[in-house]
Design a protein around this ligand. Sequence first.
Ligand code: PBG
Length: 327
Amino acid sequence: MAFPTHRPRRLRQNPAFRRLVAEVRLHPAELILPVFIKEGAAEPIQITSMPGVVQHTEDSLKAAAAEAVELGLGGIMIFGVPEHHDALGSGAVDPDGVLNRAIASVKSEVGEGLVVMSDLCLDEFTDHGHCGVLTESGAVDNDATLEIYAQMGVAQAEAGADMVGPSGMMDGQVAVIRQALDEAGHQDTAILAYAAKYSSAFYGPFREAVDSQLSGDRKTYQMDPANRREAMLEVSLDLEEGADLVMVKPAMSYLDILRDVAEISDVPVSAYQISGEYAMIEAAAANGWIDRDKAIVESVLSIRRAGADSVLTYWAAELGRWIKEGR
Ligand code: PBG
């Protein structure tokens, strides 16, 4: 028999073959759009380090949510950018706070048209920028923070969130939020656990997006990028505590973790393609160094292939449109 006996190229010979044998393909329903709402903004404000992403006004946020429904996206994840900050992040639990109001307004706009999710974390609301409240010596106080997370979860559910996303990496956060939701009669409010969240340099542009007050870092609560086994522990704990979905974040530098999590999880797995991942591709493309559209598709495809059932990405709407238009 003539050499070579195996010819994998046969299945790559034209687009029809390639389409037939593609193992993963993108669908709008698995894309989740993260959005920012800025208290007091008269116009949407461009985020310099994330070209194409804005801090929304209430009206522009509603329009973005309506578009997400029209495109058939899976969900929208709302982050609040308050005008005032304080040590306890009290805007987070205030029903009139920017995030809780935005949840209510998005929910009234979309109804059951998509899953309305909210960031459950204090960093946007505190004057020191940490994800929790501080002890007198300035350390992040895990258990005191949990009490506030519990109230925040209930406030968000009351505002209309279908799913809350605790992203602060406090120990026990999923259990405490689950219990508080249940006790308040919100058994149906789901929890998307930021289960394996790493302390990453790639969050840089997000800090501009939320007007972050942080000086220092989050290394005492977010995970060390060196650790893989520890992610399994974090995910197992969140599953035990009642997480409905588990997430890995960031995505692209952590595809090995995502693969491992997809193997052990018995609930759906999500991944967050974060601000720095977005900014790198946009910046390289703006310089003409890579093909923007192809890089976007490849990056999200790689996250799906690694094991994510759904992906939070700032390109969700644009990508959703491309898919819908059959590009
Ligand atoms: C914390 C939070 C962060 C992000 C999402 N939730 C910032 C952080 O942990 O420092 C980052 C998202 C991104 O970079 O796109 N509330």
